[in-house]
Design a protein around this ligand. Structure first.
Ligand SMILES: Cc1cc2nc3c(=O)[nH]c(=O)nc-3n(C[C@H](O)[C@H](O)[C@H](O)COP(=O)(O)O)c2cc1C
Ligand code: SF4
Length: 356
């Protein structure tokens, strides 16, 4: 039976089933960081279709860290009300809502004055400078302030974006972080910024405020060493009362289109190490993929592209209408919104063209 009614108690929140919408930047925001009616409609549709938890697309915590020009922002109090509105409509549909907060680091689009964990050449002739300790403290405070604003909006918690080569992931991964101060070197030091942010959020928002984190399960460098680092990260997250770790990977975009569950073995081995709930995201496309995860040590299942393509995919699975997502894993969802306003998937565009 499809597990739509199998509640999972996390540390402070209870999910009605294991299904999570992973953070997906919607391309539906305004250029000054606000949600549009299309964004609210997207949340309404998703939350009516059996998801236990929706994680928002990454939200910007500080100027100089904006990842996309139409990214939703939470770097000042004017942005609180829109999260209240989204939380209300998602809650009405019996679903939880956790915004993801992020700093783009050297991938920022709102500045030419780029910063990274260590100075580096981003692209030919485009450099990022090394963050000073004072700048790190400003970024830390920005994450904590963003979480406090979101608490006021009555969301169910926050997720730190520490994956996909955005700033926090670059601190964690030795292939980016070659600092020699207290934020570099050992994994304890490389995870220090995340640790301090989580502690700061718990102090400011209360111990019961749910904090989740998304982390890469792998690196472009030494995967064995990285896996050893992750043992520390898992223990630390447990100590810090993190709600769950959502494991992604550095290269989901480059996986073969036909492959699925490409991170499963590594993430399942992490899940065996701890009782801390973990979720897997990346290439979950079918009932068979879901069954494989559910019979493993991984408690939670996160979906990205399948839900862009078919926001009602869980309903279709539950009703036996299909056993596989239609998503082509073509990644054109990164390009199509720039070409056609409010169109987020190539299949939606093709359907519209056919109808015209
Ligand atoms: C258009 C698009 C936008 C995304 N935006 C985010 C984001 O804001 N934050 C994030 O952590 N991951 C983001 N991702 C990655 C997804 O959350 C997910 O990790 C990835 O798509 C792999 O899962 P999937 O195979 O189920 O799509 C995005 C992916 C896509 C395709
Ligand atoms: S654009 Fe391609 S990868 Fe993206 S959701 Fe649609 S079919 Fe899937």
């Amino acid at each position: 039976m499809f597990p739509l009614n199998t509640p999972i108690q996390l540390s402070h929140i209870k999910l009605k089933n294991p299904f999570i919408r992973s953070a997906v930047h919607s391309f539906l925001g305004t250029e000054d960081g606000f949600m549009t009616n299309e964004e609210y409609t997207m949340y309404d549709t998703l939350s009516r279709n059996h998801l236990a938890l929706i994680i928002s697309g990454h939200c910007c915590v500080l100027s100089g860290g904006l990842a996309n020009k139409e990214q939703i922002r939470i770097d000042n109090d004017n942005y609180i009300a829109q999260f209240s509105k989204a939380a209300d409509l998602i809650h009405k549909n019996n679903c939880l809502f956790i915004p993801q907060i992020s700093h783009a680091g050297p991938r920022a689009v709102d500045t030419d004055d780029l910063y990274d964990v260590t100075e580096c050449e981003i692209k030919k002739n485009r450099y990022a400078k090394r963050l000073s300790i004072e700048q790190i403290q400003i970024i830390k405070k920005a994450f904590i302030d963003a979480a406090y604003r979101l608490k006021q909006a009555k969301v169910d918690g926050i997720q730190l974006h520490a994956a996909h080569s955005y700033l926090l992931s670059r601190f964690i991964d030795e292939s980016f972080n070659t600092r020699t101060d207290e934020y570099g070197g050992s994994i304890e030091n490389r995870f220090r910024l995340c640790t301090e942010i989580i502690k700061g959020i718990k102090k400011t928002c209360g111990k019961d405020f749910a904090v989740a984190i998304k982390i890469n399960n792998d690196t472009n460098a030494d995967n064995q060493k990285y896996a050893a680092d992750m043992q520390y990260v898992i223990k630390k997250c447990q100590q810090l009362d993190v709600e769950f770790i959502e494991w992604s990977g550095v290269d989901f975009i480059n996986q073969p289109r036909t492959s699925s569950l490409y991170y499963f073995d590594r993430i399942n081995s992490f899940a065996k190490l701890s009782h801390l709930p973990m979720s897997i995201v990346g290439g979950i496309k079918s009932m068979a993929d879901i069954e494989k995860v559910l019979s493993s040590n991984i408690k939670l299942i996160s979906l990205g592209r399948s839900l862009i393509c078919e926001p009602d995919i869980l309903t279709k699975f539950a009703q036996g209408k299909t056993t596989k997502s239609s998503c082509l894993a073509c990644n054109r969802c990164f390009a199509i919104p720039h070409l056609h306003k409010n169109i987020r998937c190539i299949l939606h565009w093709k359907k519209l063209r056919k109808q015209q």
